[in-house]
Design a protein around this ligand. Structure first.
Ligand code: FMN
Length: 266
């Protein structure tokens, strides 16, 4: 029986949502198909991969990550660096979620996959709410929405991937994005520096969700036991701002954030 593994990194939640949807669509499909075509499917966040996980044991992979400053998010790139080359060429479905335009992030990631024998046979980007835009320009409602018809699109792509898995594994390299030059200012800003994140102590409940959930462990505690962000470690994913139960973290020194991420289900 074919074994499929979904692996994803999600900063705030959009990529997790998409990965879970793809997983559900395929789990359902595997129950409907005739016995000879049945497959099994598993899903893991790269932040909680069991030590016993052997990627070599899977026949096909689905890998998802957010586009951050026109490139794959840093934690998924770091994860790729610790992987060994797979013994066999493994068909892979790559997807990224983005707020506006994924530029070349799928292509950049595909280039990391090929030497590891993960062969992209399908690559897709999905426009989701913009976890940067909604903090930086909360007056623009556009940032809060996923693209239209996201779920039918996910279903089409997931089923298409299953159809495409075959022998030989045929690489389908993501094309060079023609308008990626438009994302250069965004990329430049992202590389130039990270925005400061401020704690509004009057709102903080010292629950330490920010400390525990930070993907790069960038928080310490100050002398009063309030969370203290070490800016040099911060990758500006904004998970801490979006997930704080009290809304106590903000890009503004004066005000807590006006709007924050919440799961948009269709
Ligand atoms: C720091 C930062 C930079 C981002 N850069 C881009 C970008 O270059 N292009 C884009 O389309 N979206 C960009 N986004 C939006 C995210 O790609 C989008 O919201 C994504 O769905 C977030 O996924 P997550 O919730 O799994 O982290 C950025 C978001 C953040 C926080």
């Amino acid at each position: 029986m074919l074994k499929i593994l979904v692996l994803y990194y999600s900063g705030v939640g959009n990529t997790k949502y998409v990965a879970n949807q793809v997983y559900s669509i395929l789990s359902k499909k595997s129950k409907e198909v005739e016995k000879s075509k049945k497959f099994s499917i598993e899903i893991h966040s790269i932040e909680k991969v069991p030590l016993s996980l052997e990627i070599d044991a899977y026949d096909a992979l689905i890998i998802g990550f957010p586009t951050i400053h026109s490139a794959p998010a840093q934690p998924i790139l770091n994860f790729m660096k610790i992987l060994m080359q797979l013994k066999k060429e493994t068909p892979t479905f790559l997807f990224t979620t983005c707020g506006l335009y994924a530029a070349n992030s799928l292509r950049i990631f595909a280039e990391k996959c090929i030497p590891l024998n993960m062969i992209p046979i399908l690559s897709k980007s999905y426009r989701c709410s913009a976890t940067d835009g909604m903090l930086l320009a909360p007056f623009m409602k556009f940032w809060f929405k996923n693209e239209k018809h996201l779920l039918p699109k996910l279903e089409r792509d997931a089923l298409n991937f299953i159809e495409k898995i075959g022998d030989p594994v045929e690489l389908d390299m993501p094309k060079e994005a023609p308008y990626s030059i438009l994302n250069y200012p965004n990329k430049w800003l992202g590389q130039k520096g990270v925005f400061s994140i401020y704690l509004h102590k009057n709102l903080c409940a010292k629950c330490y969700k920010c400390v525990n959930d930070c993907p790069v462990k960038a928080f310490d505690k100050d002398e009063e036991n309030f969370p203290l962000l070490q800016k040099s470690k911060c990758i500006n994913c904004y998970r801490c701002i979006h997930h704080c139960p009290e809304g106590a973290l903000s890009l503004s020194k004066k005000y807590p954030p006006k709007k924050r991420w919440s799961l948009v289900e269709e």
